[in-house]
Design a protein around this ligand. Structure first.
Ligand SMILES: CC(C)(COP(=O)(O)OP(=O)(O)OC[C@H]1O[C@@H](n2cnc3c(N)ncnc32)[C@H](O)[C@@H]1OP(=O)(O)O)[C@@H](O)C(=O)NCCC(=O)NCCS
Length: 174
């Protein structure tokens, strides 16, 4: 499904049962960004519906078992995820809603591999643009998306509601 992951990792589409596993890693993987308010915001951004109704355009990466594993991780241990979808409204657009990689795997191309697969999926459905947003404090996300060829907006005050400022990203797939 994603052929350029580091050895020992495998990808599949998520299912509803994966929802609690993903919620359980958010705090560790986001490193407590924006404190308790940030944790609440993140949990609310990822309700179960994404694991019920957006599964075919989303990915889960797990540590492989047996001889393909690295021996350091349990079989099936969560390594990364991407929750995305094709816009219902704009036939040119696809959207990455949430992406996370285990900090132990940062900098090894897992995030890039997830996006590459999502770009292919979006292209094969005739989509031209991929959009996503992050908070102004998430400078790592801004650096990552810039490296992947996204254009980055200035901070957009109250974009997601009062006090919920955002930076928006767009990648042209053409
Ligand atoms: C952002 C995140 C998904 C990147 O995943 P990753 O697997 O470490 O990224 P990759 O190894 O695929 O890196 C791809 C490119 O981005 C760059 N990059 C990644 N993180 C970076 C950082 N913190 N600062 C600068 N550049 C960074 C890499 O150097 C690489 O560039 P290169 O290929 O030209 O060398 C990961 O850091 C993460 O999960 N962070 C916490 C959750 C989060 O903030 N998610 C995004 C907002 S919803």
């Amino acid at each position: 499904m994603i052929d350029d992951l580091p050895e020992g990792l495998t990808a599949r589409h998520p299912a509803a049962d994966d929802h609690p596993r993903v919620l359980a890693v958010l705090e560790a993987w986001w490193g407590g960004l924006k404190g308790a308010a940030g944790a609440r915001e993140r949990a609310l951004l990822l309700p179960r519906l994404y694991f019920q109704h957006f599964t075919t355009t989303s990915y889960l990466v797990e540590h492989a078992d047996g001889e393909h594993g690295d021996g350091a991780h349990a079989d099936g241990e969560l390594a990364a995820f991407l929750v995305g979808f094709l816009s219902q409204t704009d036939p040119d657009a696809a959207y990455v809603h949430f992406v996370g990689v285990d900090p132990a795997l940062h900098g090894r191309g897992v995030g890039r591999a997830l996006y590459r697969s999502f770009f292919e999926l979006a292209r094969s459905d005739g989509r031209r643009f991929v959009h996503c947003v992050t908070s102004p404090q998430n400078t790592a996300s801004q650096a990552f998306h810039t490296r992947l060829g996204f254009t980055v907006s200035p901070v957009r005050p109250d974009y997601d509601g009062p006090g919920l400022h955002r930076v928006t990203f767009t990648r042209d797939l053409a």
